[in-house]
Design a binder for this molecule. Structure first.
Ligand code: ZN
Length: 268
């Protein structure tokens, strides 16, 4: 399996849209891996995870074709992950297709919003629920409950293809007991974990700062979910986290963690 991190930024990206924060200013000056579009990913070029407002740019930047998607899997409805307007271009009259080339997998909140917006449109939709696996094209996908939103079944994802296992968590917070219990049975070949708040912790508990990231990782290692063969990468970095790409690397690389960046393809 491989996963491409199409975007590794928080909700307002880096440099942040309307900000002169230190990390934003540094990113404007130094560009490269400091530039982070809104978080999204693509597995084996066919399983699209989240459809944020930067999707068009991310596909063009990396020379990819959205017609290769067979599934579009949503994690939750926050605007950096769910930009429903971008769905309309999948169908006539923007092209000749009467049906989208991909199946939609989304929680109840997102399914409702899509049906409200496109009541007549022929999207094939499957409602996802945490801890209920589904099969798609040879992959087994298990949404697991994130500690991110009280009013919505926000997901992180376990994706397995029979050979490899991916654990993808962009908006996690520190998981609640049912998620930890589920993960005890999982051995991940690749872990993608958010570190949104990095060096600047806030009271909001729906995202991880660096201490929480270390704590979650330690516990995953203790359970064997993360082992010596697991590749570990970060994502979903906020400009408010007070970490430039190099500063994050200096802290995380000695812990065996790779700092994610836009466009990176991870094979496992
Ligand atoms: Zn987010």
């Amino acid at each position: 399996m491989n996963i491409r991190l199409q975007g590794t930024g928080g909700a307002d990206g880096i440099p942040a849209f309307y900000s002169d924060s230190r990390v934003s200013v540094h990113a404007r000056q130094h560009r490269g891996k400091n530039i982070r579009t809104r978080s999204a990913a693509l597995v084996d070029e066919c399983l699209k995870i989240d459809l944020g407002p930067d999707t068009w740019h991310q596909m063009v930047r990396d020379g990819l074709d959205a017609r290769d998607w067979t599934a579009l899997i949503f994690t939750h409805s926050d605007a950096d992950h769910f930009a429903p307007d971008e769905l309309m271009y999948a169908l006539y009259p923007f092209n000749d297709y009467e049906f989208a080339g991909f199946m939609l997998y989304a929680n109840m909140t997102i399914c409702r919003r899509i049906l409200e917006k496109y009541p007549e449109w022929p999207f094939e939709m499957f409602t996802t629920k945490s801890f209920q696996s589904f099969e798609h094209g040879g992959y087994e996908v298990t949404p697991i409950r994130a500690h991110h939103k009280e009013d919505e079944d926000a997901h992180n994802l376990v994706i397995q293809d029979g050979k490899s296992t991916l654990l993808y968590g962009t908006d996690t917070g520190v998981w609640d007991p049912p998620t930890w219990e589920y993960l005890e049975g999982i051995k991940a070949d690749c872990l993608i974990l958010e570190c949104s708040e990095a060096f600047a912790s806030t009271n909001y508990d729906g995202h991880l700062d660096i201490q929480e990231f270390d704590m979650v990782l330690e516990r995953l290692r203790k359970h064997g979910t993360v082992h010596s063969g697991t590749q570990i990468w970060t994502t979903h970095h906020s400009h408010q986290g007070e970490g430039t790409h190099d500063e994050l690397c200096a802290h995380l690389e000695p812990r065996g963690v790779n700092v994610g960046y836009d466009g990176v393809v991870i094979e496992f």
